[in-house]
Design a protein around this ligand. Structure first.
Ligand SMILES: Cc1cc2nc3c(=O)[nH]c(=O)nc-3n(C[C@H](O)[C@H](O)[C@H](O)COP(=O)(O)OP(=O)(O)OC[C@H]3O[C@@H](n4cnc5c(N)ncnc54)[C@H](O)[C@@H]3O)c2cc1C
Ligand code: FES
Length: 371
């Protein structure tokens, strides 16, 4: 498709269907660290993108003839609306992160679902911010920080980022420039391994060595209890931070977090899918019948709708596989189900029977519509 004929991206509703896919062209890429690359995207002709700082977008790719979908936070800010940026960390053994880093070049197109996500600056109100991130979990915090420093002179932000080494700090120069320019933007780093040649870039950026703890959080951000916390990072880091905040008697109703963690669920799902290919096993353990059009699949009460849909080879977009991205929305026409997540669904969606296939199991025979 010619770049000039690209359709405009539709940004108003939760993505669900193939027809809400849009194409973007990659216009630039650069290395952030040894294993992290940022990509900038634009539409075919100059247009403004409208999204909320902290939201993510789902890429729908064709890799070796198979559809692969993954969600990535928009590390750009809507206050600079003419392009979108994704910042992607190479995951060892990972399909999509390695594919993008090794193959996506300026001039090439990607298909995307519209931005979505509740972990964003507009839907969570706060007077004073505490951004806690580790590794690639910095991406939503970076978008939020850029938005706040672009649009409010005195936004009160404390940003504590944890990284393995100083060389692994993503957006380091840009963050330090923000800290230098904005009096109320307090940037702190916690670095696990410090080499002898470590040079801290600015005097404004305090740092600590090791890992985030109750003690260094108190030292680095003495007024942490007055702040609304936004948390994102690897699962063990997020668990550790939640424990620290609990131990410090932090008001947990002011804690908001985003999880990128899909690896384990994905791996488990693949294993289960392989198991399902054994018809004997499926039949032996099946309890309920899933009907989609003229397809029928027996599922146990432990299997998700998504597993049944994929086992039947039916088209569905599933990126996070953990009830976060909203891509696998589908409608229950008949029967009873149980969901562990309804994130991204509106009350009207839920009333109309929509569920997230990756997070929904059968409690009776079910008839489903993929729309
Ligand atoms: C809301 C959201 C926002 C996100 N934002 C970002 C972002 O800004 N930047 C970013 O880099 N990432 C982000 N992610 C994570 C991203 O979506 C991907 O999960 C990540 O890039 C890894 O995808 P992959 O295809 O490379 O790895 P996968 O192929 O999904 O593999 C993940 C891991 O599982 C292992 N694995 C794969 N298959 C198996 C198997 N059969 N058995 C055992 N192990 C297996 C792999 O070795 C790897 O370690 C976000 C995720 C979500 C949900
Ligand atoms: S695949 Fe993301 S919500 Fe189901």
């Amino acid at each position: 498709m010619n770049i000039n004929t690209l359709p405009n991206i539709t940004l108003s509703s939760t993505p669900t269907r193939q027809d809400s896919l849009s194409q973007l062209v990659c216009v630039e890429r650069w290395n952030e660290t040894a294993d992290v690359v940022s990509f900038r995207f634009q539409a075919g002709e100059p247009m403004k993108f409208d999204y909320k700082p902290g939201q993510f977008m789902t890429l729908v790719l064709d890799i070796n003839g198979e559809q692969a979908c993954r969600s990535y936070t928009l590390s750009s800010t809507p206050s600079r609306p003419y392009s979108l940026m994704l910042t992607i960390k190479r995951v060892e053994g990972g399909l999509v992160s390695n594919y993008l880093i090794d193959h996506l070049q300026p001039g090439q197109m990607v298909r995307v679902l519209p931005p979505t996500g509740q972990f964003n600056l507009f839907d969570i109100s706060a007077q004073k911010y505490l951004f806690l991130s580790a590794g690639c979990g910095i991406t939503p915090m970076y978008s939020m920080s850029r938005y706040l420093t672009d649009t409010q002179m005195n936004a009160d932000i404390a940003f504590v980022h944890s990284a393995r080494t100083q060389a692994d700090i993503i957006f380091k120069t840009s963050l330090e420039t923000m800290a230098t320019r904005h009096r109320d933007f307090k940037l702190r780093y916690i670095v696990e391994n410090v080499t002898t040649d470590t040079v801290w870039h600015t005097e404004e950026t305090l740092h600590d060595i090791g890992r985030l703890s109750a003690n260094n959080l108190r030292d680095l951000v003495p007024d942490f209890a007055e702040r609304t916390v936004f948390l994102c990072g690897p699962e063990p880091y997020m668990q550790a931070v939640k424990k620290i905040l609990t131990d410090l008697n932090f008001d947990m109703s002011k804690l908001y977090h985003e999880s990128f963690a899909t690896a384990v669920k994905e791996a488990q799902s693949r294993v289960k899918q392989a198991e399902m290919q054994s018809a004997n096993q499926v039949n032996a353990s099946a309890s309920f019948m899933l009907s989609i059009g003229d397809k029928k699949r027996a599922l146990t009460a432990e299997q998700t709708l998504l597993e049944g849909i994929e086992a039947e080879g039916l088209p569905i977009i599933a990126a996070c596989r953990s009830g976060v991205c909203g891509a696998c929305k589908c409608q229950v026409l008949e029967g009873e189900t149980e969901s562990t997540s309804s994130m991204t669904l509106t009350p009207a969606d839920i009333d109309a029977g929509y569920v997230l296939a990756c997070s929904t199991k059968l409690k009776s025979d079910v008839t489903l519509s993929l729309g």
